[in-house]
Ligand binder design. Sequence first.
Ligand code: ADP
Length: 306
Amino acid sequence: MSSRLCVLGSLNMDLVVTTPRFPLPGETVLGGSFHRSPGGKGANQAVAAARLGAEVAMIGCLGRDDHGAELRRVLATEGIDHQAVSESASPTGVALIQVQTSGENQIVVAPGANADLSPARLENHHSALQQADLLLMQMEVPAATVWRAAELACDAGTLVVLNAAPAQSLPAEAPDLLDALLVNQAEAATLSDLPLETPPEDLLRALLAQGFAEVILTAGKAGAWAGRKSESGLQILFQKAFPVVAVDSVGAGDAFAGAWSMARAEGRSQQECLQRGAVAGALATTARGAIPAMPSRAAWKDAKFP
Ligand code: ADP
């Protein structure tokens, strides 16, 4: 089974500095090590699916700078078709990440060229949307572009999946355009206007009540839920998380989204899609960073599917 995915989304360079503590306003703190690594939810999810064996084309926007050149090289190395990754005069998106010794982080993202991914930039790339089995998107690029791409893909019979991260209110037509909505607990709480402490199943039900055909809710090591409306009523499935020694949860949601979408495009059952997402999510927590932590095909094959 092979599947063709189109991932429309952000590409960022993550600039990471470790610090004994976060600076107070106006203060300078002497930190520790610095490293940079490629990231952005779009790029992370594209790499996650490509490493597991999907044929992936990406739609995005980079600046004409060193970060942009490096991110394009990463896509090429991962075998991702990057013809629809255009360039703009803005700098490539960056995420400035401070990681405290305790493991907590603070992040400021400068979207840069990601914000230039306008609907007009889709014009020459309809075929990437229409020829894919599944279109996977997130909310780190302009919403107008996300919904235009959803319309084009929907008309062509391509499955449309939105990972609503970061959460922002969705247009009234969203349930008609999406085949599935992927959210974590915090995003589900925002979109359903319920408190964060609401049990995951209730959050899932609230989103299904908004009219979404299928909702996937991930909740870190508490596992993942999938809900779908069927003729016999609501069908809700649960997948427990795989036991791993987690060192860094960055990228878990993106690995889940890439693997889940690949399985969905292959026509696998809802439970199998959840399992695959959960294995990829768990593996991503066993290494640091986002793209560097996306599971390899070998690690994936070695993982014991339940
Ligand atoms: P996000 O990164 O978007 O907040 P989650 O933290 O919900 O996403 O993680 C996505 C999925 O990855 C979870 O549903 C789970 O299957 C897996 N996962 C995340 N953290 C762990 C962990 N510590 N141990 C095992 N699996 C995990």
